[in-house]
Design a protein around this ligand. Structure first.
Ligand code: ZN
Length: 87
């Protein structure tokens, strides 16, 4: 888990990878413990009949939902920060 700081609002964030492989910031402050049912093979299941036990998982909310400066990221045009690949 990579911790960092939001460039927009300075909040503590955690970098995660989304299902399609993109980096996604999560709000470190939004940690919640959630019980997840798993079967005997430790696979998550939503069927209580098949559940073997419950494991406690930490979940975080996307920082985009929390960030007061999220608008800045969404409409941000390309900043002119000299990003040339040919040196
Ligand atoms: Zn932020």
């Amino acid at each position: 888990m990579i911790r960092g700081q939001c460039r927009g609002c300075g909040a503590e964030i955690i970098w995660a990878t989304s299902k399609n492989g993109k980096p996604m910031p999560l709000s470190a402050q939004s940690e919640e413990k959630r019980a997840v049912l798993v079967d005997e093979m430790q696979r998550p299941t939503s069927d209580p009949q098949r559940a073997h036990m419950a494991v406690i998982e930490s979940v975080f909310r996307s920082h985009f939902a929390d960030c007061p400066a999220a608008d800045r990221f969404r409409k941000a045009p390309k900043p002119e920060s000299g990003k040339s690949s040919d040196e």
